[in-house]
Design a protein around this ligand. Structure first.
Ligand code: GDP
Length: 336
């Protein structure tokens, strides 16, 4: 691939605000970069675009591999763009879906959407970077908003930590499930069900329809037993088919009605305000952690005592304190 010339801060900002997809992709790559020099530019770009963010509806979509997420997003996405809206799809941690991790893989997963000018699909790399993938996904989402996208889907594989992070950055959290397969089988933790704003029994088509309806009733009953949420919204259970599109219109309308209710009762803005505070706290943690581990003295100290730490010859917590104290001491010395 041809290496692109690095853009100037102003070029990133103007390109994103003009809705230039190539620049948008480059800007997302920039925020994902672990290079301190890139991070400084990224921070400035983020500050400049921030006033142009916030207008989209942010929807998290999760479910275990095979539940039909890509098929669902492909259909649901088309419905959204047919409403005259522009859609960005950010796929978090696609590499954990066996063998489907490549960018190409993701593009072919949503073939029609990826060819439509009204949609933008972006897989995020898995979370090897410090701070994990989720922090950068938030920035990617804001960049998409600044580029004019009205609806953002954030797709995660519903088995791990990434859901909690994604819940912390979206307005609405959708969980796809299958009828007939127990929760255990689907690897769905109770916590994830509790977090969702809607639970969709997917693949409700053909011979599956009756089972899907049954599952819908069961889940609706189960959800009634959960404590009432702060926003008073009782998670909806619906059936749908990403394959034939059945039920998807109702799901979209349900999301719109959620948005309207939450704007009216003040929860929409409150949730976003809380999320902004969390964003800052997350980033503090990220900056502290990355500065710490990138410090050459710390790196050497850790390497030197690696065997002792692993064998248990030195106490892990004592060592941790010692390292942090060395780090703080060094910062103080640098200041003088
Ligand atoms: P993902 O791993 O969650 O992204 O799932 P995919 O969208 O790749 O779908 C997994 C398999 O289920 C594929 O073979 C799809 O053809 C099939 N599938 C997806 N959605 C549906 C649906 O709504 N109904 C039926 N019957 N099959 C589906």
């Amino acid at each position: 691939m041809k290496k692109r010339r690095r853009l100037s801060e102003q070029e990133y900002i103007e390109g994103v605000l003009a809705g230039d997809r190539v620049v948008l992709s480059q800007a997302i790559t920039l925020v994902e970069s672990a290079l301190p020099s890139d991070q400084l530019i990224a921070e400035n770009v983020m500050s400049a675009i921030l006033p142009f963010t916030g207008k989209s509806i942010r929807i998290g979509i999760t479910g275990v591999p095979g539940v039909g997420k890509s098929t669902f997003i492909e259909r649901f996405g088309q419905l959204v763009i047919e409403e005259g809206l522009r859609l960005a799809v950010l796929a978090v941690d696609p590499s954990s879906q066996s063998g489907r991790g490549s960018i190409l893989g993701d593009k072919t997963r949503m073939e029609i959407l990826s060819m439509d000018k009204r949609a933008y699909i972006r897989p995020s790399p898995s979370g090897t970077a410090l701070g994990g993938v989720s922090a950068r996904t938030r920035e990617a989402m804001l960049l998409c908003e600044a580029a004019g996208f009205d609806v953002i889907f954030i797709e995660t594989v519903g088995v791990g930590q990434s859901e909690i992070a994604v819940k912390g950055m979206v307005d609405f959290f959708l969980l796809l499930m299958l009828a007939g397969a127990g929760d255990e089988l689907q690897g769905i933790k109770k916590g994830i069900i509790e977090m969702c704003d809607a639970l969709i029994i997917n693949k409700a088509d053909g011979e599956n329809i009756e089972a899907a309806k049954r599952a819908k009733r069961e889940y609706a009953n189960a959800l009634h037993l959960f404590p009432i949420k702060e926003n008073t919204w009782l998670p909806k259970v619906m059936i749908g088919s990403g394959l034939n599109g059945e039920g998807l219109q109702s799901i979209w309308e349900m999301i719109l009605s959620y948005k309207e209710k939450m704007i009216n009762n003040g929860y929409f803005e409150k949730n976003r305000a809380d999320q902004r505070l969390n964003w800052m706290n997350d980033h503090v943690r990220y900056l502290l952690e990355s500065t710490f581990y990138q410090n050459p003295t710390i790196e050497k100290r850790i390497n030197d005592s690696l065997t002792d730490i692993k064998s248990g010859n030195v106490s892990a917590i004592k060592k941790a304190r010692e390292l942090v104290e060395i780090f703080i001491h060094q910062i103080k010395m640098d200041d003088k």
